[in-house]
Design a protein around this ligand. Structure first.
Ligand code: HEC
Ligand code: HEC
Length: 352
């Protein structure tokens, strides 16, 4: 390469003209580097396209729905309350109503567009064409417990229900089957190239239960039941523990808060940071409430516009459930983790 540079500022570093031979060599090297880079890019592209849609060989759990009315009632309570299936599996124009506490069929449609793709919550009423009519109980159970979908692919990690008890999984599926079928076609989720790359490189893969899920859990206002609700049903833990943005991996102490929710199509431009739910006197928010005050707050509904926490849906939890959660949160080790600010207005820069 010949570099003629008359600018005085560059005199000191200007390169000397190279010999013919040097020039040829440089061009050759550049050519080969370019070729190798292109090949690498094509290689990665082909690898991603060919391998993102991995199939997982996971046996169907032995879970069978029943028509027992008490079991269906339990499933309905979970779906519209603590397990909050209704916060996503409803049409987009009804998401607000669902969040405000309306009951409606779980006919799907909620859509979230994020860099890895556009994700849509399907119709989970028993309609044969557009719903879960053709999925077996085992297939639905496997979606929820192992995040493997009906086509043996990976279910994107929106549903942390891996450790639901057998009894509650049966209750939820029994309830889903008992609904009136609603014809409502929801297009499948679509991954962007980034989403496919995340799958191809195995950064997200089906999540299996970390421990054998219990057969049943005793429903009582105990720390044990509170732990089950907060960790395996209501996902308090998933939002109130700091997570890595790109992979969703947990990086903070459980329940010590700090996850930052970026603005999305549901938050009306606001962004949020979750508060610390451990019983730390100085930095936790549990110190503000006794049991009754906590229950009242959980029933009190949304205070901040656009918050991702499904307040009105959680308000359906029974006194017993809220007591259990209160006792569980207070049984945790206090963690000193000051969350400076919970709500950021549209356009306001996020600071930590
Ligand atoms: C935070 C939103 C959210 C919540 C809460 C939620 N889902 Fe989903 N669900 C989704 C999304 C998004 C998909 C599609 C995922 C994908 O395409 O990978 C989905 C997929 C499904 C599927 C289809 C899986 C398959 O094999 O194709 C079933 C069944 C399902 N959800 C049931 C439930 C039930 C039951 C609940 C409550 C216990 C629930 N969901 C709660 C968002 C949610
Ligand atoms: C989808 C994410 C999400 C889930 C699930 C979630 N939270 Fe939250 N929570 C938030 C966010 C964001 C805030 C801060 C904004 C607000 O107060 O709404 C918050 C705030 C709170 C507050 C403080 C309210 C106040 O007035 O200061 C309490 C208490 C709370 N959550 C308890 C819980 C419990 C208990 C659960 C499980 C039953 C839970 N959260 C599940 C996201 C979530």
């Amino acid at each position: 390469m010949i570099c003629i540079n008359n600018d005085k500022r560059f005199n000191k570093i200007s390169l000397k003209p190279k010999t013919n031979y040097q020039m040829k060599l440089t061009i050759k090297i550049l050519k080969w580097t370019g070729l190798l880079l292109s090949l690498l890019i094509i290689g990665v592209f082909a690898f991603v396209q060919l391998t993102w849609n991995k199939k997982y060989d996971i046996a169907l759990p032995n879970i069978q729905a029943t028509t027992d009315s008490a079991v269906i009632a339990r499933g309905k309570h979970l779906a519209f309350g603590p397990a909050h299936c209704i916060s996503c599996h409803v049409p987009m124009n009804q998401v607000k109503d669902a969040e405000n506490g309306k009951i409606m069929p779980l006919s799907g449609g909620w859509e979230l567009s994020i860099p890895p793709g556009t994700f849509r919550a399907p119709n989970i009423t028993p309609d044969m064409e557009t719903g879960i009519g053709k999925m077996s109980d085992g297939e639905i159970a496997r979606s929820l417990r192992y995040s493997v979908n009906k086509n043996n692919g990976c279910v994107f990690p929106f549903m942390p229900f891996q450790e639901l008890s057998d009894e509650d999984l049966i209750a939820i599926i029994s309830f889903l089957r008992s609904q009136a079928p609603v014809k409502h076609k929801v297009e499948p989720s679509e991954l962007s190239f980034l989403g496919k790359a995340i799958m191809a490189f195995g950064l997200i893969k089906p999540e299996a239960p970390k421990r054998t899920p219990p057969k049943s859990v005793e429903i009582d206002s105990t720390i044990a039941y509170g732990s089950y609700l907060a960790n395996s049903v209501a996902n308090c833990n998933g939002c109130h523990t700091e997570r890595d943005f790109k992979t969703g991996a947990y990086i903070g102490t459980p329940f010590a808060g700090g996850t930052h929710f970026l603005p999305d199509n549901f938050t009306e431009g606001y962004s949020f940071v979750t508060p610390n739910l451990t019983p730390d006197q100085e930095t936790g928010i549990m110190a503000n409430w006794n049991e009754t005050a906590f229950i009242n707050r959980m029933r009190g509904g949304r205070v901040h516009k656009g918050t991702p926490m499904p307040w009105a849906i959680f308000a359906r939890m029974t006194d017993l459930e809220l007591k259990a959660i209160y006792r569980y949160l207070n049984s945790l080790d206090p963690v000193n983790n000051k969350i400076e600010k919970i709500v950021f207005a549209p356009g306001e820069a996020f600071t930590k």
